[in-house]
Write a protein that binds this ligand. Structure first.
Ligand code: C5P
Length: 212
């Protein structure tokens, strides 16, 4: 069994990463966080002062990149990057570039691992439509905003709950309404409600994996 792909999609702050990490550990799968690629690219675009509204400039910049680092860094999690990323992620050539990156990474990993768990917004609906298990994570906006607010405070960032709530709604709007690969519940996806305890979430995940 050399092609076990698990997709974990859902809106910002729904806990996809924690869920994907859990699945990765429990089922010995490589974890690819696709949001990290979007964040890294956004960081580079801002750092190199690329005018991403200029299609030619962006096209040449993307062509100059070979691969994107998957290294985590707390800068990539800052609110300023989060906001910009959801705008840059609406650009079709950006999505095409990141989709190719993901496919290359997964192809390489599958040579040595039995499978991958990938979290994002369009994994089960677009990038890996043939994923064996598709999960869609659901959490009420208020709960996501509360969790994000707590996380920012713990990271030492300034945070105002009402602003975070507004930002999450705005990001959801960008992700759901973009023309290319909007955030949707993929066909045949199993909905996981991550509004309660993680134990409860794990119970739902393990039930989904019984279908394997
Ligand atoms: O998952 P994370 O919050 O790190 O993703 C950051 C941003 O990248 C999201 O708000 C979304 O706009 C974009 N993204 C995307 N498609 C993915 C993963 C992330 O559009 N597959």
């Amino acid at each position: 069994m050399n092609d076990l792909i698990v997709s974990v999609d859902g809106p910002s702050g729904s806990g996809k990463e924690r869920i994907a990490k859990y699945i990765s550990n429990k089922y010995n799968l490589y974890h690819l966080d696709s949001g990290l690629l979007y964040r890294r690219l956004t960081y580079l675009i801002l750092k190199k002062k690329i005018n991403f509204n200029n299609k030619n400039e962006l096209f040449f910049f993307l062509n100059s990149l070979t691969s994107l680092s998957l290294k985590k860094h707390k800068t990539l999690r800052k609110e300023v990057i989060s906001k910009r990323t959801s705008i840059i992620a609406t650009i079709p050539i950006v999505r095409e570039f990141i989709n190719n990156q993901q496919k290359l990474i997964v192809k390489k990993i599958l040579k040595s691992k039995k499978g991958c768990v990938i979290d994002g917004r369009d994994i089960g609906s677009k990038v890996f439509k043939n994923a064996k298990i598709k999960l869609f994570i659901k959490v009420k906006t208020e709960i996501r905003a509360k969790r994000r607010h707590k996380q920012l405070i713990e990271q030492g960032e300034k945070s105002i709950y009402s602003k975070i709530f507004k930002d999450i709604n705005l990001r959801d709007k960008n992700d759901k309404n973009r023309v290319v690969s909007p955030l949707v519940v993929p066909k045949k996806a199993i909905i996981i409600d991550n509004s309660y305890s993680f134990k409860n979430t794990i119970f739902q995940i393990n039930k989904a994996f019984k279908k394997l």
